[in-house]
Design a protein around this ligand. Structure first.
Ligand code: NI
Length: 560
């Protein structure tokens, strides 16, 4: 059987440096896949010997996109180690920021990082603007900025780009590829919202910065609470925050959700046939208590799509394997494992040695199994656990589009999960805001739990485990003589982009690529769709450039 190896390096429209290699058979069907992080993360080493109270400010430098969530997980890990519980107002402010980040990440992911895998910009130029308006109205009674006049101006803008020969950020797409299914009008609707989402992205940064001082790399979290006291007590700042969230909520309801319905309709066949489906192992840790009675996200673990056999999440089952990762370690336990780089070479033709070490990403496992984390895992778990926040929203979307729960386990399904989750998060932000206002009204202005550092234990350990936009994020800290003795981070992308582990089982990206059929191997759009659907953040998974690495080559195809 003749096999061809396709290398995509770097994968673009993601954060960080990811290399994907797939082997296809004579029918262009993927038979083997390898995901390799191309950078080494050294933040854990930098943290050793530091004061635990400084950990958050350093750990947030892991990633320029996910700064806030690393900051929070790190501060929480230290609080957990010392048994410090922040007061309710601090928890609410932290939740307002993190949930705003969920919404921002999901909108940016779909429109700016992923939609062009489904939307053919060039085809949008052929759209009939009147017809586009009719299509938009068929998905929502009041679609977001979808008048004939607005569509005409977007079309004009696109035409002027093309005429001037400068597609700019739309250059180098696989325009005209056979796998594109949308009509010119549907393409125009999505391009229109791509443009609108650029503004939404900016305003959300402003909203987050109201509490964080700046974004990215916020400054408002401390062990025991938050420093946003003046912001919390200023009605104008609270009002500015709520005003932006209302605008974004409107975009989600009138653009993001309808666009997702349109996408499901157009790509239903692929979704129903399970394109991009992985092994069916899902993990959610659960997070964000609201009013002391319910969580926004439930916890649960599912193996092999066995939805009836959902079990509770327990962090004790997490290990990290390094059999195929460029590290040495004598332990799989996140509290004690070392981060010692051990780079081995590539094949002579520059491809990965698939049966040896081939990635800077480690292989986290739960009960020794690879797990998919992220919106699909959270939505499936929330649905199965009858979450009052998740189930009604997801159920209504599924009924309207003819989806079943299993369909979330696919390339399209991951996008649906993300859009539904954006709505759930923006709804929850309003509830948290009203709780904060209620507290302040009754003179509860506490934002920090006082502690005396000198009286805290000198030897302890703890973890901060949160659901963050891309999945479960865990920070593990061990403290000795009052200083950080060991630190480990397992980011969502570490789970999803992991290489094979000790038992040779593929990671979630790899497994989801198996069986994909490429209509044109010289333009591997179908591979990009699968990988992009996870919203990779490779900087979170790994760090620091590998100076021995080959120059990052462009996409190429080579017969093996
Ligand atoms: Ni990140």
């Amino acid at each position: 059987m003749s096999k061809k190896k396709i290398v995509i390096d770097p994968v673009t429209r993601i954060e960080g440096h990811l290399r994907i290699e797939v082997e296809i058979d004579e029918n262009n069907v993927v038979k083997e896949a390898r995901a390799a992080g191309q950078l080494f993360r050294g933040i854990e080493i930098i943290l050793k010997g530091r004061d635990p109270r400084d950990a958050g400010l350093i750990a947030q430098r892991i990633c320029g996109v996910c700064t806030n969530v690393h900051y929070r997980a790190s501060v929480t890990a230290v609080e957990n180690a010392y048994g410090i519980v922040p007061p309710p107002n601090a928890q609410i402010i932290r939740n307002l920021i993190t949930l705003s980040l969920f919404v921002q990440d999901h909108i940016v992911h779909f429109y700016h990082l992923h939609s062009l895998d489904y939307v053919d910009i060039v085809s949008a130029l052929e759209a009939d603007v009147k017809k586009a308006e009719e299509v938009a109205v068929s998905y929502h009674d009041y679609p977001y900025r979808s008048s004939v006049g607005h569509f005409s101006s977007i079309k004009e803008k696109l035409t002027s780009f093309v005429k001037a020969g400068r597609l700019g950020l739309f250059a180098n797409g696989y325009w005209g590829h056979d796998a594109y299914r949308l009509s010119p009008e549907e393409n125009l609707i999505l391009v229109n919202h791509y443009m609108e989402a650029l503004r939404i992205q900016t305003t959300l940064s402003k909203a987050i910065a109201i509490f964080t001082g700046k974004t990215p790399h916020p400054q408002n979290l401390v062990v025991g609470g938050v420093t946003s006291v003046a912001d919390m007590l200023n009605p104008q700042r609270l009002n500015d925050f709520i005003f932006i969230i209302k605008d974004v909520h409107d975009f989600i309801e009138r653009a993001y959700i309808p666009d997702m319905k349109l996408l499901v309709n157009a790509y239903k066949e692929e979704m129903k046939s399970g394109v991009g489906r992985g092994s069916g192992n899902f993990m959610a840790a659960g997070s964000y208590m609201i009013r002391g009675e319910e969580k926004i996200f439930e916890d649960g673990v599912i193996f092999d799509h066995d939805f009836d056999g959902i079990e509770p999440f327990d962090e004790k089952h997490i290990t990290e394997e390094m059999a195929r990762s460029w590290y040495k370690s004598d332990s799989n336990d996140p509290y004690s494992e070392k981060t010692e780089p051990f780079y081995t070479d590539l094949n002579e033709d520059g491809t990965l040695k698939g049966e040896e070490k081939y990635s800077w990403i480690k292989s986290p496992r739960y009960r020794a199994k690879p797990m998919e984390v992220g919106p699909a895992a959270r939505m499936i778990v929330g649905y199965l656990k009858d979450s009052k926040r998740i189930k009604p929203v997801l159920k209504s979307f599924m009924e309207e589009t003819g989806m079943e729960l299993i369909d979330l386990s696919s390339t399209i399904g991951r996008n649906v999960a993300r859009a539904v989750e954006a709505k759930i998060c923006s709804d929850a932000i309003f509830d948290f805001c009203s709780d904060l206002i209620e507290n302040i009204k009754y003179y509860d202005e506490e934002t920090w739990t006082k502690f005396d550092f000198d009286k805290l234990p000198k030897e302890t350990q703890g973890c901060g485990i949160h659901e963050v936009p891309r999945g479960v994020l865990s920070h593990f800290v061990r403290i000795e003589e009052g200083k950080i003795a060991n630190y480990q981070v397992i980011a969502p992308t570490t789970w999803n982009a992991s290489p094979k582990g000790e038992k040779g089982k593929r990671g979630p990206y790899e497994e989801s690529l198996i069986g994909i059929r490429l209509s044109d191997p010289s333009r591997p759009l179908e591979v990009l769709r699968v990988v992009h659907s996870f919203d990779p953040c490779i900087a979170c998974a790994v760090h620091i450039v590998n100076t021995r690495g080959k120059s990052l080559s462009q996409y190429r195809i080579s017969p093996v």
